[in-house]
Write a protein that binds this ligand. Structure first.
Ligand SMILES: *Cc1c(COP(=O)(O)O)cnc(C)c1O
Length: 449
């Protein structure tokens, strides 16, 4: 199957068939599961998603940084088809199979640091994060875990406690797990005193807070997204992660990088930590790992990962053979097609396009990110930096109407994020940016009425 890599709208978005499906959804699916753009997708390849009405939409979301190698990736399709015909499940803990071991070997090789490592496989990012906490507590014999403002680590009970934002992730879902302690994030744009102050003060401030409020000797782990995802694509100042990792090491605290969103070439390296040579003790991965198949992993120092008693980690489906085959094919594609370099090129194009918008619109407070993980934060004006959440939502809607699958994020709902598949064409990137420009103009004009 080949899908023409061009936007084509034959009905409004969403069209009549999608609206019909959305009515069935409302009658059948919990209202708690919402849909950002209710165009029902029937096929996808690289930068294009095709909906039930035959519209070709431009994909700037990758299903939240999942289809980094693109939907319809030939290597992934072939590997999945071959594996599914051969074997779908045994449960690795009952009778093992090679694919699981091969994925662990790849992760041990590709994740930051040349030290001996071990991996364990799971189904979702949240599950990987939960297991990181289990392993860190087990290894250190300590209970406290330090998390950050704006963090997102998942929706299970433990990871809800670690996630920062109340609505929609936590509201009325408590009580939450204990021994989670939140400290400020090194957020240059909103740090009191600005980016320079953030760069010089954030590390000292954060570690002094951990010392004063938690105590190093009680702290099992500090867990951080090297570039925060749902929280607003927040990039800490250069040096912050490295200093923090060093401080953790000096204090017997494990430094855990949650690279569920930033991993697998998304930021222009295999992992976001690579950019600064930061080597985490443990790293969690998921999303981009397997070309859309559900898979997640915890990878870390062999001594830490092997400290757990046999049977202490696992799960029925973790490291499913089909998902493992997809992961091996996706990883092979990233290496063979140098998708890290492609992510950097995408980043340059997106950044240039967004900076051009920033020259026209005072509402663009900041353009930031790395590689193909780029965002713009929208504000009412650049002096007050008041988050412009309504404008962000209006632009997003106007993009959707034009057949651009766009995503927002941020604690204040005022960040536009760009996560195209790394196999998207330059032509679709340019067209997406042009549509964004139109949507921006429309929303700003409408806001003035
Ligand atoms: C998406 C995400 C998770 C949770 O992953 P799920 O597969 O949705 O459970 C955890 N951490 C980060 C950084 C994420 O972006």
């Amino acid at each position: 199957m080949t899908i023409e890599q061009a936007r084509r709208l034959v009905t409004p978005v969403p069209g009549p068939k999608s609206l019909e499906l959305q009515a069935r959804k409302t009658a059948a699916v919990s209202a708690g599961v919402s849909t950002g753009l209710p165009a029902y997708i029937v096929a996808g390849q690289d930068g294009i998603l095709v909906d039930a009405d035959g519209n070709h939409l431009i994909d700037f979301g990758s299903g939240i940084a999942v289809t980094n190698v693109g939907n319809g990736n030939p290597r992934v399709i072939e590997a999945v088809q071959a594996q599914i015909a051969q074997l779908t499940h045994t449960c690795f803990m009952v009778t093992p199979y090679e694919g699981y071991v091969a994925v662990a070997e790849k992760l041990n090789e590709l994740t930051p640091g040349g030290h001996a490592k071990r991996s364990a496989l799971f189904n979702s990012g949240a599950e990987a994060v939960e297991n990181a906490v289990k392993v860190a507590r087990h290894f250190t014999g300590r209970q406290a875990v330090v998390v950050f403002d704006h963090a997102y680590h998942g929706r299970t009970n433990l990871t809800m406690a670690m996630t920062a934002k109340n609505m929609p992730y936590k509201n009325k879902f408590g009580p939450f797990a204990s021994e989670m302690y939140r400290v400020p994030m090194a957020y240059p744009y909103r740090w009191p005193g600005g980016p320079k102050a953030c760069e010089s003060d954030a590390f000292d401030y954060v570690t002094s807070q951990i010392h004063a409020q938690v105590g190093e000797e009680n702290t099992a782990a500090v867990i951080i997204e090297p570039i925060q995802g749902e929280g607003g694509f927040i990039v800490p100042p250069a040096g912050f992660l490295r200093e923090l990792a060093g401080w953790c090491q000096d204090n017997g605290i494990l430094f855990i990088a949650d690279e569920v969103q930033s991993g697998f070439c998304r930021t222009g390296d295999w992992f976001a930590c690579d950019h600064e040579g930061v080597v985490p003790d443990l790293i969690t991965t998921a999303k981009g790992i397997a070309g859309g198949m559900p898979l997640a992993a915890l990878t870390g120092r062999a001594d830490i990962m092997d400290a757990v008693h046999p049977g202490g980690l696992g799960g029925t489906y973790g490291g499913n053979p089909v998902a493992c085959a997809a992961a091996l094919a996706a990883i092979e594609t990233m290496a063979a097609d140098n998708l890290a370099a492609r992510a950097r090129a995408i980043g340059e194009k997106l950044t240039a396009g967004l900076n051009a918008l920033a020259e026209t619109y005072e509402q663009v407070g900041e353009v930031r990110g790395r590689g193909a993980m780029i965002a713009m934060e929208l504000v009412e004006d650049r002096e007050t930096k008041t988050p412009a959440a309504a404008l962000t939502a209006a632009i997003n809607k106007a993009c959707h109407n034009r057949g651009l699958v766009s995503l927002t994020c941020g604690t204040y709902g005022n960040v536009f994020r760009f996560l195209p598949p790394l196999t998207i064409s330059d032509a679709l990137l340019d067209e997406g940016l042009a549509l964004l420009g139109e949507a921006f103009a429309e929303a700003v004009t409408a806001g003035k009425d």
